[in-house]
Design a protein around this ligand. Structure first.
Ligand code: SF4
Length: 701
């Protein structure tokens, strides 16, 4: 029995850990450490450790499915693809929309946006970065000219202070959490701001118990303290930034004085002073954030505010510093880089720019690319739900909006208003169940490719197995459809490497990257514009990528969330992940080892809120918002702020997104997942109440 060890990259979070997939008799038999993997050095979190378990699950899609008489039934590829291509032909470009996936490879994402624009001629291409980090792309691009993590993960060890805000790093990006621990061992101070006392809080030297939706107030308050004590980096500000006076005028207002910020945020005044001192005096300081910052109606303002703080303290362009957004899924960074956004081609070049459009028409040998940006998925869902959208047909690759969209009742109504829905996935997701045609796809272990981690590191995915049944690689399915629609020549690729060659040719940041160079385990950090370029782990060393090369301060005022508690819905709901599960659970809930730790959702609430509602730990309760309700078990804990409740968003039977608010940021269109008003009620007792959730959470929360 020969064992084969195939080095590849983890399909879960954006950390980009490498591991060896162990193959025995053509089946995935386990995961083994890959010591040379640069990010994780052979270590893995629970999800990575068991990333082989879902691959051979009996629920894998193995044949195309076509809806007949209201039921999805098996069909041949020829029948399914002919039907899809025929249907696509019947819609005008503005009636079509495509959703790509941050779980898919760069090659698959690149082809999906090319297919939307070049074949369907629709500008409507988006993906789930809209829902997690679109405010990062907009906010950091405004401040620095580039919407990506400024420093590398390993670089965190150089920090003397790490400020983590809106990121439960130790549960969501555990192998980045490891670098935080290593930095702390070397003497770095760790500051953590969050409404929950998470495992990340346990590693912190200073915990700031922040009320959800008050991030700008906190950041402005810290900046006021830094400026008033004369601790701003004057030399850096003078040489490398602009618009400081406007920022200063804003943050020095009375409303951001420590006592007022303490009242808004719930963070004690003394803790604010300590945090401001540590961030300003520790050289260098790094800032980490994630969806606790981005998923707000003021997501872009929040992101700009984090950039302001690091510009103010001169922590950009230096090892151990930076503004570091931690991307959620394995390839959110790559899917954005590949142009799966309605306003940009690969490399963030504007679709509305006639010169750039002409260049893409030449590169792709196609005429008439769409002239204007398309709809974001949040705008699209809003219009569809209201019955006011031009879009009548959607092609969804590897996304599950029926669990990931806010206000799920509305999302279901939106998708039901479509005339034709095609879903391409590895399992029959909640969204696929609603589709007219389902196309079975290969998973991460069944095709070659690349993905780009949160630190802009491009790494290889390697094919280790054959896809089950008749499932095919996403790129092959897209190429087949393109051929049927008359674009065979433009979608003729020998393999994934050939697609990557085209990516490198049209994406300036990837210009010097090739499969050959990626054979080195280190991968390459973009920008890597030429074949001899070593890659760029740290951005903005000499100048920013803004037109004038300067970092831009933004004067940002704090605004309350779109929905705040009132007498009818007196609690604030915030959502997030568990260390054992991932996103909508399509993969982790089919992993025996992970499910044995946690099998369903729960709601965390403070003992005083539980007492007020007459609720005890482990009791089944109902949580209601203006949009829906869910039943789940209560976890009563001191580890959450009074007035705030938390629900993980992985579980379809108690989907947090039935409750969340679809109000979105006006610039990035990201929904406000992190704040909405709810109330909790008792439900009828069954006598079978048990501990709130699996044993694993008990160990980790
Ligand atoms: Fe995979 Fe992220 Fe865990 Fe690393 S930290 S093993 S990338 S889930």
């Amino acid at each position: 029995m020969k064992l084969e060890y195939v080095p590849t990259t983890c399909p879960y979070c954006g950390t980009g850990c490498g591991f060896n997939l162990v193959v025995k008799d053509g089946r995935a038999a386990g995961i083994e450490p890959w010591q040379r993997a640069p990010v994780n050095e052979g270590k893995l979190c629970q999800k990575g450790r068991y990333a082989h378990e879902f691959i051979h699950n009996k629920d894998r899609l193995v044949k195309p499915l076509v809806r007949k008489n209201g039921k999805l039934v098996e069909a041949s590829w020829e029948e399914a693809l002919t039907l899809v291509a025929g249907k696509f032909r019947t819609f005008r470009p503005e009636e079509l929309a495509c959703l790509s996936s941050a779980k898919a490879s760069n090659e698959d994402n690149y082809l999906m946006q090319k297919f939307a624009r070049a074949v369907l001629k629709t500008p409507n291409i988006d993906h789930c970065a809209r829902l997690c980090h679109s405010s990062t792309v907009a906010g950091l691009a405004a401040a620095f000219g580039s919407g990506a993590m400024t420093n590398s993960i390993a670089d965190l060890e150089e920090a003397k202070c790490i400020f983590i805000i809106g990121s439960n790093t130790f549960e969501q990006h555990p192998l980045i959490g490891r670098r935080v621990v290593l930095a702390r061992k070397k003497g770095a101070k760790i500051i953590y701001a969050d409404p929950r006392f998470t495992p990340t809080a346990k590693q912190a030297d200073l915990y700031l118990p922040l009320r959800p939706g008050t991030d700008v107030a906190l950041l402005n308050g810290l900046m006021q303290l830094i400026i008033k004590t004369g601790r701003e980096a004057s030399g850096f500000i003078a040489a490398r930034t602009r618009d400081f006076e406007a920022l200063k005028e804003t943050v020095l207002q009375e409303r951001y004085a420590p006592e007022n910020v303490a009242a808004i945020t719930g963070v004690p005044e003394e803790a604010l002073r300590t945090a401001a001192e540590w961030i300003a005096l520790s050289k260098p300081s790094a800032l980490l954030y994630s969806m606790g910052i981005t998923q707000h109606t003021v997501g872009v303002d929040n992101v700009k505010s984090t950039a302001n703080l690091m510009l103010l303290t001169g922590n950009l362009g230096v090892p151990g510093g930076g503004v570091n957004p931690l991307r959620g899924q394995n390839n959110v960074q790559g899917a954005c880089d590949m142009g799966c956004l309605p306003d940009v081609y690969p490399g963030y070049r504007k679709v509305a720019d006639p010169g750039i459009r002409k260049g893409m028409e030449e590169a792709w040998s196609v005429p008439d690319l769409p002239e204007k940006p398309g709809l974001s998925v949040t705008e699209l869902m809003e219009q569809l739900a209201e019955g006011a959208s031009q879009v009548r047909c959607m092609y969804v690759l590897g996304e599950n909006p029926l669990l990931s969209e806010p206000d799920l009742n509305r999302a279901k109504k939106a998708l039901e208003n479509l005339d034709f829905l095609v879903v391409q996935d590895i399992f029959l997701s909640e969204t696929a169940e609603l589709a007219d045609v389902v196309l079975p796809a290969a998973c991460y272990a069944e095709e070659d490719g690349t993905q780009t981690s949160t630190e802009r590191r491009v790494q290889r995915l390697r094919k280790a197995l054959e896809a089950p049944g008749e499932a095919r690689a996403d790129w092959q399915i897209i190429c087949e459809l393109a051929k049927l629609l008359g674009y065979g020549e433009q979608f003729s690729y020998l393999n994934e490497a050939a697609i990557f060659e085209e990516i490198a040719a049209v994406t300036p940041q990837y210009g010097g990257i090739s499969y050959e160079r990626l054979e080195h385990p280190e991968g390459l950090h973009w920008p890597c514009p030429e074949k001899t370029h070593p890659g760029t782990p740290i951005l903005h060393r000499e100048k920013f990528t803004t037109p004038d090369g300067l970092g831009v301060f933004s004067a940002v005022e704090w605004k309350a969330p779109a929905e705040v508690p009132d007498s009818e819905y007196p609690l604030l709901l915030t959502t997030g992940r568990s260390i054992w599960h991932w996103h909508t659970g399509t993969m982790t809930r089919r992993s025996e080892s992970l499910v044995s730790e946690i099998d369903s959702g729960w709601v965390e609430l403070h003992p005083e809120d539980a007492r007020s509602a007459g609720i005890v730990n482990g009791e089944q309760v109902k949580v209601l918002s203006r949009r829906g309700e869910v039943c789940l078990r209560a976890k009563v804990t001191e580890g959450i702020k009074k007035g705030v409740v938390f629900i993980p968003f992985h579980f379809r039977e108690c989907a947090a997104n039935l409750l969340t608010n679809s109000a979105f940021d006006p610039v990035s269109k990201i929904p406000e997942y992190k704040c909405c008003a709810v109330r909790i009620e008792k439900t009828r007792q069954t006598g079978n109440e048990k501990e709130p959730h699996g044993k694993g959470v008990g160990r980790n929360v």
